[in-house]
Design a protein around this ligand. Structure first.
Ligand code: PLP
Length: 420
């Protein structure tokens, strides 16, 4: 049976060109980039070459790029790094920084806690990091709501910003439903807040981070146009290897390293560099730079055909924004059945997709993204995510559109749930 891979938001295969670029750096050119001898110089040079490629793609200076172990670490470094970096600056000035929940405490102290804003539909790499800062480090937090399409309203960002807000983190495109966030509109709001702060001579920085892990392959990630301070990327979502990513850190952004050790990556991320991985990320980014626009047009056509076909099945809703969504992303809720049963049945027919609902201890945990979009827990159970990639064909879409209705019909016959 032919296998069809429709789960590119989970990960992508390593491109042949990427693999070839990486190969020599495992056992032929293995020098430690920190070593002074020629073995080390050779690998140091390729790391800097990869940094230039990433910087070119993001339209920034190579010095503003830090290599990490992937999207999760980039998000952690961005959020924890800024939170603790600003905390350190204030502490140096002798300011009290604890969050004061007790209303009886003096408002003067309460105003000095530090506030972080994020959205309810972030990847857990962001969401759990912000939650951790709230629970264990006394930061104050706001989780922005989203509309029915999973979109954050810039106006809600404006309303949420307070005089003690130091960081806003909103993802560029969502991994479950593909919705693209209005990043430039949000950064406009932030720029206005910064202007007001400057007028009132408030010196607290206001930093904006975006998780662009899913966006990198398809959207313009020019950091100057987007006006972001921090941007996270991950190689394995763009036909690069797993376990490597990067963080753009705008020059001057206060950031404390979260990993201590040697002085690697300009003292911002200790640890011997993953040379083959970084070379792979550089090559993958180079290919995105070359192919992004054309690839997006091609894949969108296939995706639109798939969406149209799936929506012909009764009682299926499209989740995420109908237009402002990643060109490779299609996501649905198929009513009256469970996503996991659908996945298993699709897998038996050779098709790999994913569902937003995670099975924990025997029960289906509704997806936090779909829940935030106002979809009922029962409907979220039947979520189905189809994310296409550059090797998918129209024939594969046709096959999927043949087998899916049969599976849905079979599962619905067996399902005890017959109505909303
Ligand atoms: N952010 C988003 C939006 C993602 O989709 C993912 C991975 O699925 C991550 C962060 C984490 O990236 P990584 O798997 O490289 O740690």
């Amino acid at each position: 049976m032919k296998k069809i891979y429709f789960d590119h938001a989970a990960t992508t295969p390593v491109d042949k060109k990427v693999f070839e670029a990486m190969e020599p750096y495992f056992s032929k050119k293995y020098g430690n980039p920190s070593s002074i001898h020629t073995f080390g110089q050779e690998t140091k040079a390729v790391i800097e070459d990869a940094r230039e490629k990433v910087a070119e793609f993001l339209n920034c200076n190579p010095e503003e790029i830090i290599f990490t172990s992937g999207g999760t670490e980039s998000d952690n470094l961005a959020i924890r790094g800024v939170a603790f970096g600003i905390q350190k600056r204030l502490r140096a000035k002798g300011l009290e920084l604890r969050r004061i929940d007790n209303k009886a405490q003096s408002p003067r102290l309460r105003a000095q806690s530090l506030h972080i804003i994020t959205s309810t539909i972030e990847h857990h790499a962001v969401l759990h990091t912000v939650e951790d800062l709230e629970k264990n480090f006394d930061f104050e937090t706001t989780y922005l709501p989203v509309d029915q399409y999973g979109m954050v309203k810039p106006e809600d960002v404006r309303k949420a910003i307070k005089e003690n807000t130091i960081l806003v983190s909103v993802m560029y495109a969502n991994n479950e439903v593909g919705t693209i966030q209005p990043i430039s509109d949000i950064t406009d709001v932030i720029a206005k807040s910064k202007e007001q702060r400057a007028k009132s001579k408030k010196q607290l920085p206001l930093i904006f981070h975006t998780d662009a892990v899913q966006a990198t392959g398809y959207l313009d990630c020019d950091v100057k146009k987007l006006e972001v301070d921090l941007l996270s990327i991950s190689a394995h979502k763009i036909y690069g290897p797993k376990g490597v990513g990067a963080l753009y850190i705008k020059k001057g952004t206060p950031l404390l390293p979260i990993q201590t050790g040697g002085g690697h990556e300009r003292k911002r991320r200790a640890g011997t560099e993953n040379v083959p991985g970084i070379v792979g990320l550089g090559k993958a980014i180079e290919l995105v730079t070359k192919n992004r626009v054309q690839e997006s047009i091609k894949i969108k056509k296939l995706r639109d055909k798939l969406i149209k076909g799936v929506l012909e099945i009764p009682d299926v809703i499209l989740t995420g924004h109908p237009k402002k969504r990643l060109p490779n992303s299609a996501s649905f809720c198929v009513k009256f059945i469970e996503g996991e049963s659908m996945l298993i049945n699709l897998d038996m027919k050779g098709v790999a997709c994913s569902t937003g609902s995670a099975c924990t201890s025997g029960s289906l945990e509704p997806s936090h993204v779909l829940t935030a979009m106002g979809i009922s827990p029962q409907t979220t159970q039947g979520s189905l995510r189809v994310t296409l990639g550059e090797n998918n064909t129209e024939k594969e879409i046709d096959y999927f559109l043949k087998v899916l209705p049969e599976i849905v019909e079979k599962l619905r016959e067996m399902s005890p749930i017959k109505e909303d």
